[in-house]
Structures are given as structure tokens and as C-alpha cells.
Write a new protein. Structure first.
Length: 486
């Protein structure tokens, strides 16, 4: 089986080329270069070393993936006729996609691949920046960078920042997490006589003239703690500290049970923010709900039972599993089809396990109106429901009559029971008309609050105590509030 020998041209000038690599290049034939746009290539030409470059392939394609695929295709075709020699910038195993593709060809048994050494740009880069990577270092490809890949506490280098378009993508992603004037460094031709290191504010990153295939961008570790407040790991550490030995006495004494009421309160405050259409309020209340999740997860971790990682892992797996129309090959063009698929998958996950009732998974802790709504909806799915609204109206009237009759009996328990039946029937009526009873009741509460506030306002203007007004007088204010659209 023939072999492709791969050399690294290093990160600097021809004089910095390792002697061993230079000697092998002198004997290499046929020799291919991924690109001749490299400081060492002029020296190779002066030494009489002949080669074929793939620069013309770059001109043929708009995507790097297509460029690399064609280069590998040419090399694989050449190696069928004998050994081939291929040289790339830097070290063959550092930020070199064509080498990875060739190694894949080797795994497929197409050819052998031998890495013949070379110097990566790391040494020159670290020397230019005066940093020690042992403190924590991250190398990212600027051409395919995603914002969530960046770890702000590490020394970070973006390679392949070859033009202003790539620099702009990096800049915009980082500006979502860093101040616009955060200082970064542009390093060009590290390790050569043309080496340049320039410090610029982040917002100017894509406005620099010196951006080419020898350019990297260095982002120093973030040391200012408030700049990391948006990071999940920061929140996680804060919650762990609050629950830790030297943390907050209140947080340390909480249990799953003691936090239950706070979760419910925060959820309702979030609903209020949503109803108000107040984005800033929603941000705050969503944070309060997340706080409850984090506290419960930290309690689980403190008890050695589960952690926030388990919560996220379980949720992620469930979302992928229950959305095969997104992450698999199932088709679902409508929301209704999605719900059908969801219920089917949910049933398959439970296997042969038979619940004690179809209604068993409706939480008893739900507010009464919400639980009644969900119970009725669940029963309706198996046909326990009226097909039109008239019988529902009749049921409401029947329950009202029974409640009215019970009011004179003096039997407290029966009276409460009949009133519950009235509410249950009304909720069924609301469900038929597509009304969420909890939402409707909240609207009624808000309406009452506004109109009563108007009554109080008029009373204050009169200078009299509210208790001195008759019901008729107060009711007149109420009607005024209605006429004013309150």
C-alpha cells in the first residue's frame, strides 16, 4: 500500500524549518503544498525544491469544505501510482482539516499516512503574547466558531482569522458576552521577521487592515467577575456557595418541601409578568423560577442523589426523543401531529406499565381550576365528553339549581360539595369555548381590583370614611368605573 508523507512547514520563516524536515523535503517527489502563501515557501524555491500547490483549488470553490475535499481527492488519486509527499503550514496535526480527511482515508484502507513532523504556530504565538498555556488554553477555529464553545476563563486563540468577514463573526459572537471595548490582540505572522502584535478594543476587530492567513486573535481570560454573571457555571457556583458551609443560613436550611410554596409563588409572578407583556419583569421572574430549579438541584447534589447535570441531561434526552420530527426521520407538519407523536412516544416510554387511572398523571397539587380543566381534557380524549354545548349548559343549570336548593338545608359539607359541582360544570363550559378558567378568573380579579380602586379614589376625594357610604352610593361609583372602561 502506498503512503502519503505529510510535512509541517512550521509557523515561521524558512530559517526556522527543522533540519530533518528540510532534508526530507529536498528528497520529496512528487511534492504538493496546500498553499504557497507561507513565509517558508520562498526559501524552498531558492533551494530548488519543486512542488505543486493547491492554491488554484481555492479559487474554484466558495466553501472551505469543498476545497479540502478536492485536495484530498487529488492526493488519493496520486497515491495510487506511488508514494506522495504533502506539506502544510504549521504542524500537520494542528488546525489542518486536510490531514484529518487523509487520516480518515487511511482508516478506510485507501492508503497509509505518515506524519513527518513540523513546528506548530503555538510556540511562536505564546512567545509573542507572553502567556503560559498551563493556566488554561483554548484553540478555536474562527471560520466555524459558535458562541457557546468559548470558555471566558481560559486563554483563547482564534486561528484562521484570514479576513474581515471572519473577524466580524468572531467579534459579534464575543460582543454578546463581553463589553464592546474589551481588549483583544491581533497576532500576525508570529515567529517571523514580519511578526505583529496589536491590541485593539473588541468592536474594532474587523476594522483592521492586517488580516490574512497568518492572523490569529487572542482573547485574554476574563478576570472581572461581573462580566461572568450571565454564565451558567457562575450561577451554579453562587448557588453552591449559598448552600455551602459558609453560605446563607436561610438557604442552607431549605428542603424540597419547604421550597414548594416559593416555586408556586414565583410561577404565578411570572404569569403576571407575561400578562403585563413586560419583558424586563419577565426576565426577573424567569430568573426567580430558575433560582427554584437551581436550589432543588443543589439540595439533590448535597444529599448525593442528583445534580443539575442530571436534570439537564434528562430534559435534553427527553426533548430529542420526543421530537423525532426534528431530530429523527418522523414527519409532523402540524402542531396536532406533534401532540399525537408526543403522546405515543410517552406511552411507549412507560412500556407495559399500567397506571391506576388515565387521570393518575394529573398532579393533585395543581390549583383547583387548572386541575379540573386537565381532568376533563384527559377524560375527553377517550370519548367521555359531550359532542355539543347544549348538554353542558343544561348541566350548569342543573348544578346551580341543586346548589340553590342546598343553601337552605344547613348542611355545610353538602353545600360546599354542590358549589364545587357548579364550578366544575362551569369549567367544563369554559373548556368547550376554549377558555382557560384560571386565566378568566385572573382577568375577573384584575377587573374587580381596578373598579374597587376607582371606588376608593372617589371616596378619598369626598373626604368621608368609606364606611359612611351606603351600598347604593358605592355601587354608583362601581357603575361609573364600568362606564369609564375600568
Amino acid at each position: 500500500m502506498n503512503t502519503i508523507y505529510i510535512f509541517g512547514l512550521g509557523a515561521g520563516d524558512f530559517e526556522q524549518l527543522p533540519v530533518g524536515v528540510y532534508r526530507k523535503l529536498k528528497r520529496a517527489h512528487p511534492l504538493f503544498l496546500r498553499t504557497k502563501e507561507h513565509p517558508a515557501v520562498k526559501g524552498l524555491e531558492e533551494e530548488g525544491i519543486t512542488f505543486t500547490s493547491f492554491d488554484d483549488v481555492y479559487e474554484k470553490h466558495e466553501q472551505f469544505a469543498d476545497v479540502y475535499a478536492e485536495i484530498v481527492s487529488i492526493l488519493v488519486e496520486q497515491v495510487k501510482h506511488g508514494d506522495v509527499f504533502y506539506a502544510v503550514p504549521g504542524h500537520p496535526l494542528v488546525a489542518e482539516q486536510t490531514v484529518q480527511l487523509l487520516l480518515e482515508e487511511e482508516r478506510r484502507g485507501v492508503c497509509r499516512v505518515m506524519i513527518e513532523g513540523g513546528q506548530s504556530f503555538f510556540d511562536a504565538l505564546f512567545a509573542a503574547l507572553r502567556i503560559d498555556p498551563i493556566e488554561g488554553f483554548q484553540l478555536l477555529d474562527a471560520t466555524s466558531f459558535q458562541g457557546d464553545e468559548w470558555s471566558p476563563s481560559l486563554h483563547t486563540v482564534f486561528c484562521q482569522v484570514y479576513d474581515s468577514f471572519v473577524a466580524s463573526n468572531v467579534k459579534l459572537s464575543l460582543m454578546e458576552q463581553l463589553p464592546d471595548d474589551y481588549l483583544v490582540y491581533i497576532v500576525t505572522a508570529a515567529g517571523t521577521k514580519a511578526e505583529q502584535v496589536k491590541q485593539v478594543p473588541l468592536y474594532e476587530l474587523d476594522r483592521q487592515t492586517v488580516l490574512d492567513n497568518l492572523t490569529s486573535v487572542y482573547v485574554p481570560p476574563v478576570k472581572d467577575e461581573p462580566l461572568l454573571y450571565h454564565r451558567f457555571e457562575t450561577l451554579r457556583r453562587v448557588i453552591a456557595t449559598l448552600r455551602g458551609p459558609n453560605g446563607c443560613p436561610w438557604d442552607r436550611k431549605q428542603t424540597h418541601a419547604s421550597l414548594k410554596r416559593y416555586l408556586l409563588e414565583e410561577a404565578y409572578e411570572l404569569l403576571e409578568a407575561i400578562d403585563e407583556n413586560d419583558d424586563d419583569h419577565m426576565v426577573e421572574e424567569l430568573g426567580d423560577v430558575l433560582l427554584q430549579v437551581m436550589l432543588h438541584a443543589q439540595i439533590g447534589a448535597d444529599d448525593g442523589l442528583f445534580s443539575i447535570d442530571d436534570v439537564i441531561r434528562t430534559l435534553t434526552a427527553k426533548m430529542i426523543r420526543r421530537h423525532p420530527h426534528v431530530f429523527g426521520n418522523v414527519t409532523a407538519d402540524t402542531a396536532e401531529q406533534v401532540v399525537v407523536n408526543w403522546e405515543k412516544i410517552k406511552k411507549e416510554e412507560k412500556g407495559d406499565e399500567q397506571p391506576e387511572s388515565l387521570l393518575a398523571d394529573i398532579p393533585k397539587s395543581l390549583p383547583g381550576t387548572m386541575r379540573a380543566y386537565e381532568l376533563q381534557k384527559k377524560a375527553a380524549k377517550v370519548g367521555f365528553d359531550w359532542n355539543d354545548v347544549e348538554p353542558i349548559w343544561q348541566k350548569v343549570e342543573e348544578e346551580m339549581a341543586e346548589f340553590r336548593a342546598e343553601t337552605s338545608s344547613g348542611r355545610r359539607a353538602e353545600l360546599v360539595s354542590e358549589f364545587g359541582d357548579v364550578m366544575f360544570a362551569l369549567i367544563n363550559l369554559a373548556r368547550y369555548y376554549g377558555i382557560q378558567p384560571e386565566e378568566a378568573l385572573q382577568m375577573a380579579n384584575d377587573k374587580f381590583t381596578r373598579r374597587f380602586a376607582y371606588i376608593e379614589e372617589q371616596v378619598r376625594k369626598s373626604g368621608r370614611p368609606i364606611t359612611s357610604f351606603s351600598l347604593a352610593e358605592l355601587d354608583r361609583f362601581w357603575e361609573e368605573a364600568k362606564e369609564n372602561g375600568r
